[in-house]
Design a protein around this ligand. Structure first.
Ligand SMILES: NC(=O)C1=CN([C@@H]2O[C@H](COP(=O)(O)OP(=O)(O)OC[C@H]3O[C@@H](n4cnc5c(N)ncnc54)[C@H](O)[C@@H]3O)[C@@H](O)[C@H]2O)C=CC1
Ligand SMILES: O=C(O)C(=O)COP(=O)(O)O
Length: 392
């Protein structure tokens, strides 16, 4: 049994999956082996020595201190694609909201006093203040063509838009999913200069922080509508407010409101609702719970953002999982210690990702605590554990 602490409300299906597998789950669990989280910020949390894995039920992991986790041998998971449709649908709504003055119009209707005016007559007389262009035939630029960006680009095509995409790291999988009608923008600047509607779908990291800055906004097509359903810090708020004031951007739709944006005309601020559908919440919770349980129970790693993918069927005996710096001679040092302990390796898988290697080693005999200590003491070993319950 593992102890799993939750940091947000996680859909019941995910919790039920873990409980059905015998694990203790909840917000008050102490000394957790695993953490299950949505958007709660974990940067200021000190992790105890028992922590082995963190599963983010969702896509973005900027709320998790991933580098610190890697150094401490903690595996971080996310759930790619689990909430992409939910975000895509809200982006489609955002396109419409950015184009037609639906929100202002609805707010105005609520101000009409039926005791004083004929509402139907007043609506017909006042509606011309709330017109806006159709999106069909206009050009949509999609920055980042991953799980969400591909769906948004394809939706744009279905809605009769011309669509251009920009993603220097486009995966083969995304390329397969992308409509052939989507044009390739040669650079971010070219996309910004050419598009009437722009939607950004990239992770927040050191490369993308502030990617939409004053300089790029100055080069953006006059009157463009900008949609940000990714993260607040991708966009320089002050520069965006200025671009809204001078008409460079006509509407900024954001799922990540900040203090600097509130009260500015042209801002449509949504309270981070992109993934708030029962379907997305259930998908994400189940995927996160499954991945975390598979790792805690068997050491298998799928959809980690800091460890390599590593999955091996067990043979029913003891299993060691071990992470080490990806430097020469590590495997021989590990296997020497196992041989000295007269342990016979029945199966072994070694994978690496950047500077980190991960090993799953199944042995025919029982592994002693002393052997695990020796493995942990090897210079360059970040983490070594016997998976409880063996590799069956
Ligand atoms: N509003 C909400 O509730 C939600 C927001 N998100 C946000 O959306 C982001 C994207 O989500 P997914 O599409 O599921 O992730 P993903 O990992 O499938 O796609 C991200 C794409 O961005 C591309 N990319 C990375 N750096 C880039 C750069 N500098 N320029 C252009 N493209 C770049 C990658 O190659 C990848 O194709 C997440 O990281 C998260 O921050 C995700 C889900 C829900
Ligand atoms: O998956 C993501 O990156 C999201 O932004 C969704 O966040 P949430 O799980 O709704 O707090």
């Amino acid at each position: 049994m593992a102890r799993i602490q939750t940091f947000n409300k996680i859909a019941a299906e995910g919790i039920a999956l873990l409980e059905a597998r015998g694990h203790q789950v909840g917000p008050d669990v102490h000394d957790p082996d695993g953490i299950l989280v949505r958007s709660a910020k974990l940067q200021d949390i000190t992790f105890g020595p028992s922590l082995r894995g963190i599963a983010r039920a969702g896509a973005g992991v900027n709320n998790v201190p991933v580098s610190r986790c890697t150094e401490e041998g903690v595996v971080v998971f996310n759930t790619p694609g689990s909430n992409a449709n939910s975000v895509k649908e809200l982006v489609v709504a955002g396109l419409m909201l950015s184009s037609r003055k639906i929100i202002e119009g609805c707010q105005w209707v609520q101000t009409l006093d039926p005791a004083k005016v004929d509402v139907g007559k007043e609506v017909e007389a006042g509606k011309s203040a709330f017109g806006g262009p159709e999106i069909a035939g206009k050009r949509l630029g999609v920055i980042g063509l991953g799980a969400i960006g591909v769906m948004v680009a394809n939706a744009g095509i279905s809605l009769g838009m011309e669509v251009a995409g920009y993603d220097p790291y486009l995966s083969v999988n995304s390329a397969w999913g992308l409509s052939r009608s989507v044009l390739r923008a040669t650079s971010l600047e070219a996309l910004l200069a050419d598009c009437d509607y722009i939607s950004i779908h990239v992770p927040l990291n050191d490369e993308t922080r502030g990617v939409i800055n004053a300089d790029r906004l100055n080069k953006t097509k006059k009157g463009a509508r900008f949609l940000n359903f990714s993260r607040d810090a991708l966009v320089d708020d002050q520069a965006m407010v200025k671009a809204l004031k001078d008409g460079t951007i006509s509407t900024y739709v954001t799922d990540f409101p900040t203090a600097a944006l509130l009260g500015n005309p042209g801002v449509i601020a949504i309270p981070h609702l992109g993934a708030s559908t029962p379907e997305a919440e259930t998908n994400s919770a189940i995927m996160a719970a499954q991945q975390l349980a598979d790792f805690l129970e068997q050491g298998n790693i799928k959809h980690s953002v800091n460890f390599p993918e590593c999955i091996m069927d067990g043979n029913g005996g003891d299993r060691i999982i071990l992470a080490n710096k990806n430097v020469p001679n590590m495997v021989s040092r590990i296997t020497t210690i196992l041989a000295e302990a007269e342990l016979n390796i029945s199966d072994m898988l070694n994978r690496h990702r950047d500077d980190l290697a991960y090993n799953i080693i199944d042995v025919d005999q029982t592994i002693s605590a002393a052997t695990v200590e020796k493995l942990q003491a090897i210079d360059g070993v970040v983490m070594a554990r016997v998976v409880p319950g063996g590799a069956g």
